[in-house]
Design a protein. Structure first.
Ligand code: F6R
Length: 620
């Protein structure tokens, strides 16, 4: 949830830590702070709000007061305690010598806090994190571990319960940072004569491509020339080395005014790269996923678990998989799944979809599914993250780093990956003939080009927000696979423009929500292809007429050549012709533009960082 960075080297560490936080800010932006050592002493600067506020604070105190070659930094998504200066990290110990940054939740902080209070130590913040700074100072200053920083850190870590990534910096040991991880992620960046730490590789991608992932319950001590990994009991442990294949440009805005806009334009590549390597000329392949044909054949139901946009991608997959494979697909938001006693067995394939691979709700649902004997296939965008690690198999989406907090390209890549799974199941179970599968695959392969066409026609959407006027509420309607698109469109609008928005199955409108329709209410309608065999198209045209008759202003997303909708559209946005089942990959794109436009009309300029949100939700 929070973003964590660390640096030990020979360069001025303040700027390096600040730039790293800039790339970590998508993980939380309630406050930010940096502690520096290796200069005159331990110096800390922190501020509530976005990183720009920290920049002002640094200018105010003067960067010369923050000299030093070692630094730790933090950007926060608040859990315990409001986003204030006091609650911002780093937290400093009672003797002023220890600074810590923390991501996660220290579950036993209340008794630890009481213990510290009884010792006469006054806690300055409302956070669960601050206790770690005081405990380390106490362990270092007195008792069995006195004077031994490493032993003191291990002692403290063994007293903490919950999930945490923690970095410790001590004024008397400015040549090192001691860090630990339990459940939340931590990477070491291995430079030449300098070492880095980061919640993810974006923290140090500018400086090195060589990284080591820390495993569960590991401690690492970094100095400028070396790193040493230990278990919580102090014995040597291994990390997982890897070379970073994302480049810096992928983590920068590349000429766009926001990451989100850049990522919207990266969607053709995200889908193309996700599909790449999964068709061998004759068959769909899931080779790297670790699932055999026999595994695929054996499943008699699919259970999809995910949150937010990832859930919407799974809902689209439900329509596709049931249609192609003829086995039941259930879907549930991950936070509900494990509290409901779902019925799973070894013939159940659980599809766990997560961009970050860190979402606590989805991770817990994966763990629960495994205890029920189900086989879990993760669809994930982040290499080496926790959800794929704990799953039986993984299919990576190749969307590249998604920095904008609202999901765009990762969502489209998830839909594509889910469809690969659906086709692989249909192939293994023989519910589609090979030439049918080839035909669907060809359609999928044509999608990146069609997304590029939608992007090229952005001006269709641009004028909508200008002429829409003030919007307080907006409805989104779809039928069939248009329903998940409606949900995704409504979610984007809520997140970016802070406007109340709801997605409904269009047919359900008459059963209640139609009471919301009043003169001038904007309603987005996603129209299925008129070339499909089902009656969905004519049904939705009737639905559009029903809402127009009650005064709604309609924004209609329909494919080229669909003339039936023309008389009933206040604004008509065209998408290329495609089978309806593929529409989530196209019709979502104008809705992303629309949300960004309305957000800006409403004065929310920073669409990359919507209020109250964080990119990875690592708390339940
Ligand atoms: C919406 C959004 C969130 C995420 C959700 C799951 O724009 O980004 O709804 O989709 O928090 O996150 P992941 O996919 O990382 O598990």
């Amino acid at each position: 949830m929070c973003g964590i960075v660390g640096y030990v080297g020979e360069r001025e560490s303040l700027g390096i830590a600040f730039d790293a936080l800039r790339r970590m800010e998508y993980r939380g932006y309630d406050s930010a702070g940096i502690a520096v050592a290796g200069g005159p002493g331990l110096a800390v600067v922190k501020r509530a709000g976005k990183l720009a506020n920290l920049e002002d604070k640094i200018a105010e105190v003067g960067s010369e007061s923050l000299n030093g070659t070692t630094a730790i930094g933090h950007t926060r998504w608040a859990t315990h305690g409001r986003p204030t200066d006091e609650n911002a990290h780093p937290h400093v110990s009672y003797d002023g010598k220890v600074a810590i940054v923390h991501n996660g939740i220290i579950e036993n902080f209340a008794p630890l806090r009481d213990e510290l209070t009884q010792r006469g130590i006054e806690l300055r913040s409302e956070t669960d994190s601050e206790v770690a700074a005081h405990l380390l100072a106490l362990a270092y200053n007195e008792g069995e571990t006195a004077g031994d920083l490493r032993a003191s850190a291990l002692h403290v870590l063994n007293r903490l319960e919950g999930a945490f990534t923690l970095l410790f910096l001590h004024e008397d040991h400015p040549d090192q940072i001691i860090a630990a991880r339990r459940s939340t992620p931590l990477m070491v960046g291995v430079g030449e004569g300098e070492m880095f730490l980061g919640s993810d590789v974006a923290a140090f991608i500018e400086h090195t491509k060589e990284a080591v992932e820390l495993m569960q319950d590991s401690v690492v001590v970094i100095t400028k020339d070396d790193f040493e990994i230990l278990n919580f009991n102090g014995t040597p442990a291994e990390g997982k080395p890897f070379t970073i294949d994302w480049d810096l440009a992928a983590a920068e805005k590349g000429g766009f005014d926001s990451f989100m806009m850049k990522e919207i334009f990266e969607q053709p590549a995200a889908v193309r790269d996700t599909l790449a390597g999964h068709w061998d000329g004759n068959r769909v392949t899931l080779d790297e996923s670790n699932l055999t044909n026999d595994d695929l054949k054996s499943f008699d139901q699919v259970f999809v678990i995910a949150c937010g946009s990832a859930y919407h991608s799974g809902l689209a997959a439900k329509y596709a998989i049931e249609h192609w494979v003829r086995i039941p697909v259930q879907i549930e938001v991950a936070s509900e799944f494990r509290y409901r006693d779902p019925i799973l067995d070894e013939r159940t394939l659980v599809l766990a979809i997560s961009q970050s691979g860190e979402t606590a709700d989805t991770l817990e649902a994966v763990r629960h599914a495994k205890t029920q004997g189900a086989k879990v296939l993760a669809v994930c965008n982040t290499n080496g993250s926790q959800i794929p690690r704990e799953s039986d198999a993984v299919l990576y989406t190749h969307a590249g780093p998604e920095i904008g907090v609202a999901s765009t390209k990762a969502f489209l890549a998830q839909v594509a990956a889910n469809y690969i799974v659906g086709l692989a199941l249909a192939q293994a179970k023989g519910t589609k003939y090979p030439d049918e599968i080839r035909q669907i695959w060809d359609e999928l392969e044509s999608i990146p080009g069609k997304i590029a066409e939608v992007l090229g026609a952005k001006d269709q959407v641009d004028h909508i927000s200008e002429t829409l006027g003030a919007v307080k509420t907006m409805l989104f309607l779809g039928r069939g696979v248009g329903y998940p698109i409606a949900l995704e469109g409504a979610l984007k609008l809520k997140e970016l423009a802070y406007i109340h928005a709801e997605g409904f199955p269009a047919g359900e409108l008459k059963h209640g929500p139609i009471a919301l329709i009043e003169e001038g209410l904007p309603v987005v309608v996603i129209v299925p292809s008129p070339r499909g065999v089902s009656q969905l198209h004519s049904k939705i045209v009737s639905n559009i007429q029903e809402i127009r008759a009650r005064g709604a202003k309609t924004i209609v997303i329909a494919e080229e050549g669909d003339t039936a909708v023309e008389p009933y559209s206040n604004w008509l946005v065209r998408i290329p012709q495609t089978p309806t089942i593929m529409q989530p990959l196209l019709a979502t794109v104008p809705l992303q533009f629309l949300s960004a436009d309305i957000a800006r009309e409403n004065g929310n300029e920073d669409i990359d960082k919507p209020r109250n949100l964080a990119k990875s939700v690592t708390v339940e």
